[in-house]
Design a protein around this ligand. Sequence first.
Ligand code: HEC
Length: 171
Amino acid sequence: METTDKQFILTFLEVITALVFITLVILVLANQIGSSVDEGKISQALIERSNERIRPVGQVNLKSQGLTAAEKPVAEISVTEPAKATVVLDQNIGEKIYGENCQSCHQSGIAGAPVVGNIQEWQRRLSVGGKDKLYSSALRGLGAMPIKGGNPSLSDAEVKAAVDFMIQSSQ
Ligand code: HEC
């Protein structure tokens, strides 16, 4: 090899080495700058900005304040509807239990049973110990009335629902 060739190769290698070094430095720098930026913050800000840009021109103004159009139906379904349904169901159960187990004595006053609809009589019995006393009488029996009106298979809640119905029907 001639000396010019050697020199050329040496210079060439030097240049290549310098270029590789610079590349490495740039890589390291880029990496550090990149990792020092909070990605969560950036994307959050980006999302907010894009949301602002694509925001609808007009929005439906619902009566109930504070709810957006999208939230309103969800709130109505999950909160209001089931609550209503439960109340109706309870009343029906009380009336049903009464009709099947208590009416036989309490409609006509058999054996001295307080007649449902006799406001004064139920007022008097309520004044003795409130609803709780009436519940426990119906659950444990009282005088000529057997335990749970003679149907021990009824749950406590069912008997109480029947008592509630009787009280409501005698006000
Ligand atoms: C066999 C007839 C009979 C049946 C059936 C019957 N009762 Fe009675 N019930 C009575 C009689 C009699 C009394 C009055 C007892 C007394 O005051 O000595 C009475 C009283 C009550 C009282 C008032 C208790 C108090 O403390 O003043 C409630 C409440 C009551 N019954 C609820 C019910 C319910 C609820 C049922 C059905 C699950 C039912 N009864 C079924 C005969 C009956």
